[in-house]
Write a protein that binds this ligand. Sequence first.
Ligand SMILES: [Zn+2]
Length: 259
Amino acid sequence: MTQRRTLVAGALFGWLVCGAQTIDVRKAVDLTYTFDKNTIYWPASPGFHWEKQQWAKTPGGYWYASANYGANEHGGTHLDSPIHFHEGGASTDRIPVDRLIAPAEVVDISAACAKNADYRLAVSDLTAWERRHGRIPDGSILLVRTGWGQFWPDKKKYLGTDKPGDVANLHFPGISKEAAEWIVKQRKVYGVGIDTASIDYGPSKDFIVHRVLYGAGLYGLENVARLERAPEKGATLIALPMKIGGGSGGPVRIVALLP
Ligand SMILES: [Zn+2]
């Protein structure tokens, strides 16, 4: 049984590498939720549409299955492109693939979030991470672990409300404005991800973290699954969204390669 695959990569870890990189697939963890009728979308969104078009044995005697699907770009495990909150920013198809394959840091704030559902990542959480692991490297992807994945797909617990259209009662952790500003001014990461429905916390009305990060050209990853499986340092993230032309985001398959 072949457990190892070879990937020819132009730029991994921000280095220009010519030749073959070996990937150990036994260390690959899927950080993606399944898209189906239970997938969580923003309260006003109709959710993931999937409908069998043809699903039967044909008169010719062979099996044929095909379905239609459709959804808002911003539900389930998905990517936010800079254009989502920044006019003129890059759309999904314009994010270079070498920015979507990069080392990942995981900043764990789950203890604070367990006490306060509206907790926001603080600058002190980032500097505490750096005291343990060293400076957040340039050209990496910063992930925030809140522990909210344990509530998926229970909308009431995960979003704070399960009523369609009820954006007034959203409660879940996110990132503070100060931490977002620190990230774009003090460090040079490609993107920021979180295991909740939004990088801005539930009660946010101005979506300031989206505006700060995407205004600086970063992308976002939301509803990242099973983030407890990824270590604080040492994993490589592969986060490849559906390449929607002009898209403000899109479904993304995220895999962490553990160290
Ligand atoms: Zn989004």
